[in-house]
Design a protein around this ligand. Structure first.
Ligand code: FE2
Length: 289
């Protein structure tokens, strides 16, 4: 089977794997889950990571046709709009169709009108939708559980799983965000394990304890080694484990900036009349002060 060349870029601050996936016969490329840098202490956005991707793409004279988001990330900001601005050509920013569910959930949390979030992405993929990358056929897999909008992208024998599965010793992602569901995550992981055994599952993050960062494991390896869901793991075991683990996890460090930018497809809120940009922090308090 024809398969793409996959270039991998690890972003250390949020342990995110970014991918540039290339059909070499045409030099057409897609970028999966690019990162926009954000320093929460100073509220500063910068583009060092994304500029690295731009340099690579320009140096190799690649023609980027799409930016593929696996989901609305809660732990990093997407550089989709920045890359679209910086790179030449018509570039489509793509995500799964259920991003609208996530936008409807988070719009009121951040005091936004949902209608202001409509049509901000260029493509809202249906489940199993197909598209071309040069001469390669790509397939969109709905992989809910971590988030309801989550999709994976199957391009040849390479599968970009986002946070639907992690490397075998890391296992799985949390399933406690709004619309998250441990049972659905189990089912999504089983669907990934049912792919042909030589397919590579490229993960959205890696959090190794005692090894270097790795970007993929084969389906064969995941089936026998995934420490949370391997072949034969009963759903009830995973669901119980996941719920217990998630109950003690803190909120992601960049939760609020990430979601407010990511549900806008990588745009910032409009500046005020002085050119200032603000992000909101919802506060829970049973007090009136
Ligand atoms: Fe995520």
């Amino acid at each position: 089977m024809t398969t793409p060349t996959v270039y991998t870029f690890f972003e250390k601050a949020t342990s995110t794997w970014q991918y540039v996936v290339v059909d070499h016969s045409t030099s057409n490329a897609v970028v999966v889950d690019p990162v926009l840098d954000y320093d929460p202490n100073s509220g500063t956005i910068h583009t060092k990571t994304a500029d690295g991707l731009v340099s690579f793409i320009e140096h190799n004279q690649l023609r980027v046709t799409r930016i593929l988001e696996t989901h609305a990330h809660a732990d990093h900001l997407t550089a989709a709009q920045y890359l679209k601005q910086q790179l030449n050509g018509d570039i489509l920013v793509c995500i799964g169709q259920r991003i609208t569910v996530v936008q409807k959930t988070f719009a009121p949390i951040y005091g936004l009108d949902y209608h202001s979030l409509e049509n901000l992405f260029d493509v809202y993929f249906n489940d199993n939708e197909e598209f071309d990358l040069g001469f390669l056929r790509c397939n969109v897999m709905h992989l809910p559980g971590h988030t309801p909008d989550h999709v994976g992208y199957v391009i040849g024998k390479a599968v970009f799983t986002g946070d639907s599965i992690f490397n075998p010793d890391v296992g799985s992602a949390r399933a406690d965000f709004p619309g998250g569901d441990a049972e659905k995550l189990y089912e999504s992981m089983q669907r990934l394990l049912a792919l042909p055994e030589d397919y590579r599952l490229y993960v959205g993050h890696d959090y190794p304890q005692n090894r270097d960062q790795t970007c993929f494991a084969t389906v064969a390896d995941q089936r026998v080694k995934n420490q949370h869901v391997k072949l034969g793991t009963p759903p009830s075991d995973f669901i119980q484990f996941r719920k217990q683990r998630d109950a003690v996890l803190g909120a992601p460090r960049l939760l609020h900036p990430a979601l407010q930018v990511n549900i806008r497809a990588g745009r910032l809120p409009s500046p005020d009349e002085h050119g200032r940009i603000f992000l909101r922090i919802p506060v829970q308090a049973d007090l009136v002060l």
